[in-house]
Design a protein. Sequence first.
Length: 304
Amino acid sequence: MNILVLGGGDSPERDVSLRSAAAVTKAASELGHTVAQLDPRDDASLLETALAKADIVLPILHGAGGEDGQIQRLIEAAGKPYLGAGVAASELCFDKVLYKKMLLEHHILTPAYEVVDKNGFKKSPLVQRPFVLKPFDGGSSLNTFIVRDPAHLPAGVEDALRSHPQMLLEELIEGTEVTAGVLDQTALPVVEIVPPQGQEFDYENKYNGATQELCPPQHVSLADQLAARQLAETVHLLTGCHHLSRTDIIITPEHHLYVLETNTIPGLTDQSLFPKAAAAAGIAWPGLVKQFIDLATGQPSNRS
Protein backbone atom coordinates (compact mmCIF):
# COMPACT_ATOMS: atom_id res chain seq x y z
CA MET A 1 0.00 0.00 0.00
CA ASN A 2 1.20 3.52 -0.80
CA ILE A 3 0.99 5.64 2.33
CA LEU A 4 1.59 9.36 2.54
CA VAL A 5 2.64 10.64 5.97
CA LEU A 6 2.36 14.40 6.49
CA GLY A 7 4.54 15.97 9.16
CA GLY A 8 6.01 19.34 10.01
CA GLY A 9 3.82 22.18 8.84
CA ASP A 10 4.13 25.81 9.82
CA SER A 11 2.74 25.86 13.36
CA PRO A 12 4.79 26.40 16.53
CA GLU A 13 4.40 22.64 17.09
CA ARG A 14 6.38 21.85 13.96
CA ASP A 15 9.29 20.10 15.69
CA VAL A 16 7.01 17.76 17.64
CA SER A 17 5.07 17.00 14.45
CA LEU A 18 8.26 16.12 12.56
CA ARG A 19 9.30 13.73 15.32
CA SER A 20 5.84 12.16 15.45
CA ALA A 21 5.71 11.77 11.67
CA ALA A 22 9.18 10.23 11.52
CA ALA A 23 8.19 7.61 14.09
CA VAL A 24 5.02 6.75 12.16
CA THR A 25 6.89 6.62 8.83
CA LYS A 26 9.49 4.24 10.22
CA ALA A 27 6.89 1.90 11.70
CA ALA A 28 4.72 1.89 8.56
CA SER A 29 7.77 1.09 6.42
CA GLU A 30 8.72 -1.77 8.72
CA LEU A 31 5.18 -3.11 8.31
CA GLY A 32 5.96 -3.53 4.60
CA HIS A 33 4.24 -0.49 3.12
CA THR A 34 5.63 1.98 0.62
CA VAL A 35 5.76 5.19 2.60
CA ALA A 36 6.47 8.75 1.55
CA GLN A 37 6.86 11.47 4.17
CA LEU A 38 6.16 15.04 3.12
CA ASP A 39 6.21 18.41 4.87
CA PRO A 40 3.28 20.61 3.73
CA ARG A 41 5.39 23.69 4.44
CA ASP A 42 8.68 22.85 2.73
CA ASP A 43 7.26 20.51 0.08
CA ALA A 44 4.02 22.35 -0.76
CA SER A 45 4.64 22.13 -4.51
CA LEU A 46 4.82 18.34 -4.24
CA LEU A 47 1.67 17.87 -2.18
CA GLU A 48 -0.84 17.52 -5.03
CA THR A 49 1.26 14.87 -6.79
CA ALA A 50 1.95 13.01 -3.54
CA LEU A 51 -1.76 12.95 -2.69
CA ALA A 52 -2.59 11.59 -6.15
CA LYS A 53 -0.14 8.69 -5.70
CA ALA A 54 -1.24 7.78 -2.16
CA ASP A 55 -3.74 5.08 -1.24
CA ILE A 56 -4.22 6.58 2.21
CA VAL A 57 -2.93 9.62 4.10
CA LEU A 58 -1.73 9.79 7.70
CA PRO A 59 -1.71 13.50 8.65
CA ILE A 60 0.57 13.64 11.68
CA LEU A 61 0.39 17.42 11.94
CA HIS A 62 -0.05 19.28 15.21
CA GLY A 63 -1.45 22.77 15.66
CA ALA A 64 -2.59 25.27 13.03
CA GLY A 65 -2.74 23.82 9.54
CA GLY A 66 -2.87 20.28 10.88
CA GLU A 67 -5.55 20.00 13.54
CA ASP A 68 -7.81 22.85 12.46
CA GLY A 69 -9.38 21.27 9.39
CA GLN A 70 -7.20 22.89 6.72
CA ILE A 71 -5.18 19.85 5.68
CA GLN A 72 -8.27 17.66 6.01
CA ARG A 73 -10.04 19.79 3.38
CA LEU A 74 -7.13 19.31 0.98
CA ILE A 75 -7.05 15.56 1.49
CA GLU A 76 -10.79 15.28 0.99
CA ALA A 77 -10.57 17.36 -2.18
CA ALA A 78 -8.10 14.76 -3.47
CA GLY A 79 -10.59 12.02 -2.61
CA LYS A 80 -8.22 10.10 -0.36
CA PRO A 81 -9.08 8.28 2.87
CA TYR A 82 -7.14 9.52 5.88
CA LEU A 83 -6.55 9.05 9.57
CA GLY A 84 -8.27 11.17 12.17
CA ALA A 85 -11.01 13.70 12.61
CA GLY A 86 -12.80 15.30 9.69
CA VAL A 87 -13.05 18.99 8.96
CA ALA A 88 -15.91 19.88 11.33
CA ALA A 89 -14.55 17.95 14.31
CA SER A 90 -11.07 19.35 13.74
CA GLU A 91 -12.37 22.92 13.66
CA LEU A 92 -14.46 22.39 16.79
CA CYS A 93 -11.70 20.89 18.91
CA PHE A 94 -9.09 23.37 17.72
CA ASP A 95 -11.17 26.41 18.66
CA LYS A 96 -11.20 26.17 22.44
CA VAL A 97 -14.08 28.65 22.76
CA LEU A 98 -16.40 26.70 20.47
CA TYR A 99 -15.26 23.52 22.15
CA LYS A 100 -16.03 24.78 25.66
CA LYS A 101 -19.45 26.02 24.55
CA MET A 102 -20.17 22.54 23.24
CA LEU A 103 -19.12 21.00 26.56
CA LEU A 104 -21.36 23.32 28.53
CA GLU A 105 -24.30 22.64 26.22
CA HIS A 106 -23.95 18.97 27.15
CA HIS A 107 -23.53 19.71 30.87
CA ILE A 108 -19.89 18.62 30.95
CA LEU A 109 -17.76 20.42 33.52
CA THR A 110 -15.04 22.71 32.18
CA PRO A 111 -13.23 25.63 33.86
CA ALA A 112 -14.95 29.03 33.79
CA TYR A 113 -13.45 31.11 31.00
CA GLU A 114 -13.32 34.40 29.17
CA VAL A 115 -11.77 35.46 25.87
CA VAL A 116 -9.53 38.47 26.53
CA ASP A 117 -7.16 40.86 24.80
CA LYS A 118 -4.35 42.62 26.65
CA ASN A 119 -6.76 45.23 28.04
CA GLY A 120 -9.57 42.83 28.91
CA PHE A 121 -7.10 40.56 30.67
CA LYS A 122 -6.37 43.19 33.31
CA LYS A 123 -10.07 43.88 33.90
CA SER A 124 -11.30 40.30 34.12
CA PRO A 125 -12.44 39.05 37.54
CA LEU A 126 -10.77 35.74 36.70
CA VAL A 127 -7.32 37.27 37.26
CA GLN A 128 -8.19 37.97 40.89
CA ARG A 129 -7.66 34.29 41.70
CA PRO A 130 -5.42 31.52 40.31
CA PHE A 131 -5.85 31.24 36.56
CA VAL A 132 -4.61 29.77 33.30
CA LEU A 133 -3.89 31.89 30.23
CA LYS A 134 -3.45 30.22 26.84
CA PRO A 135 -4.13 30.62 23.11
CA PHE A 136 -7.61 29.48 22.17
CA ASP A 137 -6.42 27.92 18.92
CA GLY A 138 -3.23 26.03 19.70
CA GLY A 139 -1.81 23.08 21.58
CA SER A 140 1.26 21.46 23.16
CA SER A 141 1.08 24.01 26.04
CA LEU A 142 2.83 26.67 23.93
CA ASN A 143 2.30 30.16 25.38
CA THR A 144 0.29 28.64 28.22
CA PHE A 145 0.74 30.18 31.66
CA ILE A 146 -0.46 28.64 34.93
CA VAL A 147 -0.61 31.43 37.49
CA ARG A 148 -1.18 30.50 41.11
CA ASP A 149 -0.28 33.93 42.49
CA PRO A 150 -1.97 36.64 40.38
CA ALA A 151 0.11 39.30 42.14
CA HIS A 152 3.24 37.93 40.48
CA LEU A 153 2.78 37.30 36.77
CA PRO A 154 5.33 35.03 35.13
CA ALA A 155 7.71 36.42 32.54
CA GLY A 156 6.26 36.16 29.08
CA VAL A 157 2.60 36.88 29.87
CA GLU A 158 2.70 40.42 28.51
CA ASP A 159 4.59 39.30 25.40
CA ALA A 160 2.02 36.55 24.79
CA LEU A 161 -0.84 39.02 25.12
CA ARG A 162 0.86 41.27 22.59
CA SER A 163 1.52 38.47 20.11
CA HIS A 164 -1.98 36.99 20.37
CA PRO A 165 -4.84 39.41 19.63
CA GLN A 166 -7.03 37.30 21.91
CA MET A 167 -6.34 34.57 24.44
CA LEU A 168 -8.36 32.22 26.59
CA LEU A 169 -8.42 33.05 30.30
CA GLU A 170 -9.61 30.22 32.57
CA GLU A 171 -10.00 29.64 36.26
CA LEU A 172 -7.37 27.25 37.60
CA ILE A 173 -8.98 24.02 38.77
CA GLU A 174 -6.86 22.39 41.45
CA GLY A 175 -6.57 18.64 41.26
CA THR A 176 -4.82 15.79 39.51
CA GLU A 177 -4.31 16.10 35.78
CA VAL A 178 -4.92 13.01 33.69
CA THR A 179 -5.27 12.35 30.01
CA ALA A 180 -7.38 9.69 28.35
CA GLY A 181 -6.78 8.61 24.79
CA VAL A 182 -9.47 7.07 22.62
CA LEU A 183 -8.62 4.60 19.89
CA ASP A 184 -11.45 3.61 17.54
CA GLN A 185 -14.11 4.84 20.03
CA THR A 186 -12.63 2.89 22.97
CA ALA A 187 -10.74 4.67 25.73
CA LEU A 188 -7.19 3.60 26.50
CA PRO A 189 -5.87 3.45 30.08
CA VAL A 190 -5.62 6.78 31.83
CA VAL A 191 -2.24 8.48 32.22
CA GLU A 192 -1.61 10.57 35.34
CA ILE A 193 0.59 13.60 34.79
CA VAL A 194 2.91 14.61 37.63
CA PRO A 195 5.12 17.62 36.83
CA PRO A 196 8.43 18.15 38.65
CA GLN A 197 8.12 19.23 42.26
CA GLY A 198 7.14 22.89 42.44
CA GLN A 199 6.76 23.22 38.65
CA GLU A 200 3.94 23.11 36.13
CA PHE A 201 3.10 20.86 33.18
CA ASP A 202 4.23 23.47 30.65
CA TYR A 203 5.73 23.06 27.18
CA GLU A 204 9.25 22.48 28.48
CA ASN A 205 8.21 19.90 31.06
CA LYS A 206 5.97 18.17 28.54
CA TYR A 207 8.93 17.17 26.38
CA ASN A 208 12.07 17.27 28.54
CA GLY A 209 11.39 13.99 30.31
CA ALA A 210 11.16 15.61 33.77
CA THR A 211 7.41 15.07 34.13
CA GLN A 212 6.23 11.72 35.45
CA GLU A 213 3.60 10.10 33.26
CA LEU A 214 2.11 7.32 35.33
CA CYS A 215 0.14 4.56 33.64
CA PRO A 216 -1.51 3.12 35.62
CA PRO A 217 -1.97 6.22 37.79
CA GLN A 218 -0.74 6.10 41.38
CA HIS A 219 -2.91 8.84 42.87
CA VAL A 220 -6.23 8.33 41.07
CA SER A 221 -8.86 5.86 42.25
CA LEU A 222 -10.08 3.12 39.97
CA ALA A 223 -13.52 4.72 40.02
CA ASP A 224 -12.13 8.06 38.88
CA GLN A 225 -10.02 6.37 36.21
CA LEU A 226 -13.14 4.65 34.85
CA ALA A 227 -15.07 7.93 34.95
CA ALA A 228 -12.27 9.69 33.04
CA ARG A 229 -12.23 6.99 30.37
CA GLN A 230 -16.00 7.15 29.97
CA LEU A 231 -15.86 10.94 29.79
CA ALA A 232 -13.16 10.82 27.09
CA GLU A 233 -15.30 8.43 25.03
CA THR A 234 -18.30 10.73 25.43
CA VAL A 235 -16.35 13.79 24.31
CA HIS A 236 -14.85 11.86 21.39
CA LEU A 237 -18.35 11.04 20.16
CA LEU A 238 -19.86 14.47 20.87
CA THR A 239 -17.14 16.25 18.91
CA GLY A 240 -17.44 13.84 16.00
CA CYS A 241 -13.83 12.70 16.22
CA HIS A 242 -12.68 9.71 14.19
CA HIS A 243 -10.14 6.99 14.96
CA LEU A 244 -8.15 8.69 17.72
CA SER A 245 -8.24 11.58 20.15
CA ARG A 246 -6.83 12.45 23.55
CA THR A 247 -8.78 14.41 26.16
CA ASP A 248 -7.12 16.21 29.08
CA ILE A 249 -9.02 16.21 32.37
CA ILE A 250 -8.56 17.57 35.90
CA ILE A 251 -9.91 15.42 38.73
CA THR A 252 -10.58 17.46 41.88
CA PRO A 253 -10.21 16.12 45.45
CA GLU A 254 -14.03 16.01 45.49
CA HIS A 255 -13.96 13.65 42.48
CA HIS A 256 -15.37 16.16 40.01
CA LEU A 257 -13.99 15.82 36.48
CA TYR A 258 -13.27 18.99 34.48
CA VAL A 259 -12.50 18.66 30.77
CA LEU A 260 -9.71 20.94 29.53
CA GLU A 261 -9.34 20.12 25.83
CA THR A 262 -9.29 17.39 23.20
CA ASN A 263 -6.40 16.82 20.81
CA THR A 264 -7.49 15.37 17.47
CA ILE A 265 -3.93 14.43 16.43
CA PRO A 266 -2.13 13.73 19.71
CA GLY A 267 1.64 13.60 19.89
CA LEU A 268 3.18 10.34 18.68
CA THR A 269 6.81 10.77 19.68
CA ASP A 270 8.62 8.33 21.96
CA GLN A 271 7.76 10.68 24.86
CA SER A 272 4.10 11.18 23.96
CA LEU A 273 1.15 10.17 26.10
CA PHE A 274 -1.01 8.40 23.51
CA PRO A 275 1.57 5.68 22.66
CA LYS A 276 2.26 5.26 26.39
CA ALA A 277 -1.43 4.60 27.07
CA ALA A 278 -1.67 2.23 24.12
CA ALA A 279 1.34 0.29 25.40
CA ALA A 280 -0.38 -0.05 28.79
CA ALA A 281 -3.35 -1.54 26.93
CA GLY A 282 -1.04 -4.11 25.35
CA ILE A 283 -0.71 -2.34 21.99
CA ALA A 284 2.97 -2.02 21.11
CA TRP A 285 4.08 0.76 18.75
CA PRO A 286 4.10 -1.29 15.51
CA GLY A 287 0.63 -2.61 16.34
CA LEU A 288 -0.63 0.89 17.05
CA VAL A 289 0.57 2.17 13.68
CA LYS A 290 -1.01 -0.88 12.02
CA GLN A 291 -4.31 0.09 13.64
CA PHE A 292 -3.91 3.65 12.34
CA ILE A 293 -3.45 2.29 8.83
CA ASP A 294 -6.40 -0.09 9.15
CA LEU A 295 -8.64 2.68 10.47
CA ALA A 296 -7.63 5.06 7.70
CA THR A 297 -8.18 2.40 5.06
CA GLY A 298 -11.68 1.66 6.24
CA GLN A 299 -12.98 5.22 6.44
CA PRO A 300 -14.85 7.11 3.72
CA SER A 301 -12.94 9.95 2.12
CA ASN A 302 -15.61 12.60 2.78
CA ARG A 303 -16.95 13.23 6.26
CA SER A 304 -18.35 16.10 8.27
